[in-house]
Design a protein around this ligand. Structure first.
Ligand code: GLV
Length: 317
């Protein structure tokens, strides 16, 4: 029987399945393992079912026991894992695409609505009962007729585009390559970032974190946006230079932000906390029972496929 380390607590049905399949080391207290503890705990294991909160950098990967052959990441993103270091050690890395597209796109839309319609200020006032209706009270930005720029038209970007279109938004996107006409659903393609930003009344960041996208939204690129643009991020905090974005909010170059992901989670730049126009969520993208169950099942399927065939269709390195 294969031995598996599961670094975070999963939903009960997923842990039951793991117990049936493997000699499994679960984390019943859901403790956040340090790098050293993760290495120690994986002694004698054949694989690790890891989470986005595990920092599997080159140093950690190089210190993993020889027996580890697979890192099955419980996430679609894999920015927490040094893919090259894993490859050099002959460890395959897998992810959980598709199953979280809908849930994450829902949060992407919530960010757009929350930022545009001043939900943070509204919630605060309603809770404090210190509001009164008036014709100009908490006037926000209507989505109908507003141009939405999607940065990264992958599965999540496409689903956000579909919902946003039904809300009357006009969809533009930038991607490494243009989609075929039938997959574009009338969205307008922009070959470069500058061109997309220059028409984005609202920007939805949906691209993966990578060396190329790190701090892609920064002091210079923010200037391409129309004055009073709204920026939302459902992808990864690494794509945004926080200081530059907070400065743009301070200068009112940016009207509002809607954020679900941050650099250095769970801590976020305190600059965002001061802003009424920051609609902020604690990385809830895939947080529904159906989606988290499906993600963990896919992470287990990935282990199964690899142990049976030595391959895995969701391999990312
Ligand atoms: C969530 O952020 C994921 O990458 O699965």
């Amino acid at each position: 029987m294969k031995k598996i380390l599961v670094t975070r607590k999963l939903l009960q049905s997923n842990e039951d399945r793991l117990k049936n399949l493997y000699d499994v080391r679960l984390n019943s207290n859901d403790e956040l393992y340090s790098e050293k503890k993760l290495i120690d705990m994986s002694e004698g294991c054949d694989g690790i079912l890891s989470a986005l909160t595990d920092n599997l950098d080159a140093k950690t990967i190089n210190n993993l026991p020889e027996s580890i052959k697979i890192l099955s990441n419980f996430a679609v993103g894999f920015g927490n894992i040094d893919l090259d270091a894993a490859k050099k050690r002959n460890i395959i890395v897998t992810n959980t695409p598709d199953v979280l597209t809908d849930a994450t796109a829902e949060i992407g839309i919530l960010l757009i609505l929350g930022a545009c319609r001043r939900a943070s200020e509204g919630i605060e006032s309603a809770r404090a009962s210190n509001w009164k209706w008036s014709a100009d009270y908490l006037i926000g930005k209507q989505l109908t007729g507003t141009r939405l720029g999607i940065l990264g038209m992958g599965r999540i970007g496409k689903k956000i585009a579909k919902i946003a279109k039904s809300l009357g938004m006009i969809i533009h996107y930038h991607n490494r390559s243009q989609l075929s006409t039938e997959k574009e659903y009338d969205a307008t393609y922009h070959k470069d970032l500058k061109s997309l930003l220059s028409i984005s009344d609202v920007l939805s960041i949906c691209c993966p974190a990578s060396k190329e996208t790190s701090n892609m939204i920064n002091k210079e690129t923010l200037e391409f946006l129309p004055r009073g643009a709204v920026i939302t991020n459902v992808a990864r905090g690494d794509i945004v230079d926080d200081e530059a974005l907070i400065d743009a909010l301070n200068r009112r170059k940016v009207y509002a932000v809607g954020l679900d992901v941050y650099k250095g989670e769970p801590n976020l730049n305190p600059g965002y906390l001061k802003h009424k126009s920051a609609f902020i969520l604690p990385h809830l993208g895939s947080a529904t029972k159906e989606t988290r169950t499906a993600m963990a099942n896919l992470a287990i399927d990935n282990l199964e496929e690899f142990f049976k065939s030595g391959k895995c269709k969701n391999k990312v390195n």
